[in-house]
Design a binder for this molecule. Structure first.
Ligand code: KG4
Ligand code: ZN
Length: 356
């Protein structure tokens, strides 16, 4: 996949629209400069994984404090790395929903302050719609209709994608998100946090058919998801229905752990692929878009590719590059460009919103 990185000279960009993107919705503090929605001039991400690891999940108070510490150095670095001055920035785009309110407020406050101080327009970005934009960074000729699957630590959503501005929600999770299930199962297996990457690695040595974990479809036609059942199934498998086998994980062999990881991953991927296929059939999609942290998973990418290749007629799969699957500000700045072109600006009353 060809992503446009910044060219050697600024000549090509003289007329470009430069957007500063800011992202603090969960546990990554990120800033980026993207020109014309696709040309990445800089991307800085400070991950808080180490801070949350011992708690097995994101602690909002810790996330908020870490964002406050990092936000200005990260923004400064993004501008410096892009080799532009603040005068070259056309607008400031910030993710203001959905996410942890105490985390979002840090990015929103920084964006509002800079917007006021520099006299630059402010753009409010829906974090999930931004994830979707990551899959389109390299695409010049998007064939519609398109169905988009966004799978992250906080959300699992299917969209009917017609334009960057108003993706239409087709279905979402009624309980846990797919990424959350990866994180919780990694916790049960004592593999650390975040769970997705480590489960993917360990699952490579396991047998995906070793254990038949449930695939919750919520009815034949449903485009909603539920992942709390599979998480509980793994918990019961490891500790027994009465939860009395508390030390069973400690006494499991590496192979047993790998089999559980592989069987769990296979079940989650199965559900995600089947639902995406159903959504694609419902809207007659020519293109499938995949984004969000769980989109970094190779099994999911491979199975969706097979689904698209074997469809009649085949569909084109557009997947976010791995470094732009998990939270980043490139996707925020990219979507900001399309809102800038449409004149969709926010004002200084902008607030963070937990849902979205
Ligand atoms: O999009 P993201 O960075 O944050 C949210 O918006 O939530 O997604 C983070 C989630 C975590 O739950 C993490 O375990 C999962 O993405 N993840 C993965 C992989 N890499 C990250 N899940 C499965 N396989 C991976 N390789
Ligand atoms: Zn995200």
């Amino acid at each position: 996949m060809q992503i446009k990185e910044a060219p050697a000279t600024n000549h090509e960009l003289r007329e470009a629209i430069n957007i500063l993107g800011i992202e603090t919705s969960c546990d990554e503090t990120a800033a980026a400069i993207v020109a014309d929605g696709k040309i990445i001039k800089s991307s800085i991400v400070a991950s808080q994984d180490k801070l949350h690891e011992k708690y097995g999940g994101v602690v909002p108070e810790i996330a908020s404090r870490a964002h406050i510490e990092k936000i200005y150095p990260i923004i400064t670095e993004a501008i410096e790395q892009a080799q532009i001055s603040k005068g070259d920035i056309d607008a400031i785009a910030v993710a203001n929903q959905p996410g942890l309110t105490v985390a979002l407020i840090v990015g929103v406050t920084a964006a509002k302050t800079l917007s006021f101080a520099w006299g630059k327009p402010l753009i409010a970005i829906n974090h999930l719609h931004a994830h979707l934009q990551s899959a389109l960074l390299a695409e010049e000729d998007l064939q519609l209709p398109a169905v988009a699957l966004i799978v992250s630590g906080g959300h699992t959503c299917l969209y009917d994608y017609e334009s960057p501005l108003e993706p239409k929600l087709l279905g979402s999770t009624i309980d846990d998100a797919a990424g959350e299930a990866f994180d919780k199962v990694a916790g049960i297996l004592k593999l650390g946090y975040p769970g997705g990457p480590v489960i993917e690695e360990i699952a490579k040595k396991g047998n995906p058919e070793a254990i038949k974990f449930p695939r919750s479809m919520l009815g034949r036609d449903s485009l909603d998801f539920s992942f709390s059942g599979i998480k509980t199934a793994v918990l019961y498998y490891c500790h027994g229905q009465d939860m009395k086998g508390k030390n069973k994980v400690d006494s499991m062999s590496e192979q047993e752990i790998a089999d559980i990881a592989a069987s769990f991953e296979a079940a989650v991927v199965d559900v995600l692929v089947k639902k995406t296929k159903l959504a694609a059939e419902k809207i007659g999609a020519k293109t499938v878009l995949l984004g969000g942290g769980v989109a970094a998973n190779s099994k999911l990418r491979g199975r969706l590719q097979e689904m698209c290749d074997s469809a009649l007629p085949p569909k084109k799969l557009l997947v976010a590059p791995k470094q732009y699957c998990t939270d980043n500000a490139v996707m925020v700045a990219s979507l900001g460009y399309y809102k800038f072109k449409a004149g969709l600006f926010a004002d200084l009353t902008l607030e963070p919103k937990a849902t979205g």
